[in-house]
Design a protein around this ligand. Structure first.
Ligand code: LLP
Length: 441
């Protein structure tokens, strides 16, 4: 069965009678006029559809906690929708904790990850009742125990381990050790568990956590990851007599940025994970654990598009044609950071115009600020609206104010209505944190 992460465009994307692109029943040219550009647009129907795909896909296993990885997109409105869809949240900072808290999320369904959580962040997590903390290293064990002790509380934790699986999009390797900044190496787990059992009385170890990569198209890698997690749980039981009841398989399922990308469906991933769980529960003779998954990109990416207005163009003599838009690496740093590829279409009707191969350039002062290299589009002119697809994940969440440009607005569309969910920053916002010391006044 197909799932929404396998689509290039939001499920409601179509051309309307005027030939313009519409999403969620909203004409994108009208949206651009009303809200200005660059404009992030989230299609609620697509977001809810992928949530359903995840729910259906994992319904074959009784005990699954789906945690949305907020690092992909963290706004109060989208958090509210995801909470409605029965997702919990994987958060990695005080900012993400505070956002989901303010959105009214049940904090017992929040899991705090990260390789260098600060004292203040751990303190806030405990104060607000975050359900699980995935402890990453020895320092954190100590710090967390101290904080919990000072509050006379007991904290439920997972241990983040590096299972020795390195995953790239189209290949993966398994090694005994992994050179990674995250988590306990397989050889360090025993020492950590021993410390928890003997010294850290305020920490309640519930299970193990791993995350093997992002934009993953492989499936076997999840099967191997689950086996390692279960093998470790069984080994720890034998050695220390502790019954760990939870495993967290992390996130990573890929999406379709261009036609070349063929990600597996949520159904396929769920089957692989659940088969491996069932097989290895038998093999290692443990009770079926509670399974956590933490998908980010695959949940939110496809529902998002970004609208830009076309400005200047430049034909390099005997070279490329550049078409510049009013956004770029500050609202979508992925092409310049990771050479990520995107697909785009003109949102407005371009009747019978011949196709041209053009490079979509951003407006930021760097030659590397290119959004899309060599894409075939009908000739674009100043004022056209360009729609870049699959920008829901790791665009707004990684946006910056580079060149002192205001961060863009975000709207959510559904049933022909659009609502602002993040306001566009103003010039005043940009200077609101600046301070001129008295001696310079
Ligand atoms: N859990 C953990 C512990 C993670 O580190 C991540 C992502 C996720 C879950 C969610 O992974 P996802 O399902 O989104 O692949 N900025 C990069 C992606 C970095 C991902 C970091 N960790 C990008 O734009 O491609």
């Amino acid at each position: 069965m197909e799932s929404t992460n396998q689509f290039l465009k939001p499920i409601t994307a179509k051309r309307n009678e005027s030939g313009n692109l519409e999403i969620g029943g909203c004409d994108l040219v009208e949206l651009a006029e009303k809200h200005g550009t660059p404009l992030y647009v989230i299609d609620e129907a697509t977001l809810r559809s992928i949530c359903n795909d995840y729910k259906k896909a994992f319904s074959k296993y009784e005990r699954v906690n789906m945690m949305f990885a907020s690092k992909a997109l963290c706004t109060m409105a989208t958090s509210k929708i995801l909470a409605e869809e029965a997702f919990g949240f994987d958060v990695v900072s005080a900012g993400e904790i505070y956002t989901v808290y303010k959105a009214g999320v049940d904090m017992s369904k929040v899991l705090f990850n990260g390789n260098n959580k600060s004292f203040d962040e751990l303190d806030l997590a405990i104060e607000l009742g975050v359900g699980r903390i995935s402890v990453d290293n020895f320092l954190e064990l100590d710090l967390l125990n101290e904080i919990a002790k000072s509050k006379n509380k007991s904290v439920d934790i997972l241990l983040r381990i590096t299972p020795g699986i390195e995953c790239h999009t189209h290949e993966y390797i398994q090694t005994g050790h992994l050179d990674s900044k995250f988590g306990f190496d397989l050889t360090q787990i025993d020492e950590a568990v021993e410390l928890i059992l003997t010294n850290y009385k305020h920490l309640n170890l519930r299970g193990l956590h791993a995350h093997i990569g992002s934009q993953i198209f492989e499936t076997q890698v999840y099967s191997d990851e689950i086996e390692i997690l279960i093998r470790e749980i069984s080994r720890l039981d034998e050695k220390f007599g502790i019954k760990l009841t939870e495993i967290n398989a992390g996130g990573g399922l890929g999406v379709k940025y261009t036609d070349e990308d063929v990600p597996p469906s949520t159904y396929k991933i769920a089957d692989v994970i659940i088969d491996s769980l069932n097989r290895n529960i038998q093999k290692y003779k443990i009770e079926p654990p509670i399974l956590y998954i933490e998908p980010g990109r695959s949940v939110i990416s496809t529902s998002g598009v970004t609208l830009y207005t076309v400005g200047s163009s430049k034909q390099v003599p005997k070279g490329k044609k550049y078409v510049a838009v009013d956004g770029g690496m500050a609202d979508n740093p992925r092409p310049s950071m990771y050479q990520a590829k995107y697909f785009a279409e003109a949102a407005n009707f371009k009747e019978d115009l011949p196709l041209q191969t053009v490079t979509i350039a951003g407006r930021f002062c760097e030659s590397g600020d290119i959004l899309i290299k060599d894409i075939s589009l009908p000739e674009l002119f100043e004022g056209d609206v360009l729609c870049v697809f699959n920008t829901g994940a790791y665009n707004y969440s990684m946006a910056s104010n580079y060149n002192r440009v205001q961060k863009s607005q975000m709207v959510i569309v559904n049933n022909s209505k659009s609502d602002i969910i993040v306001n566009r920053e103003t010039l005043e916002d940009l200077i609101s944190h600046d301070v001129i010391p008295d001696r310079l006044k």
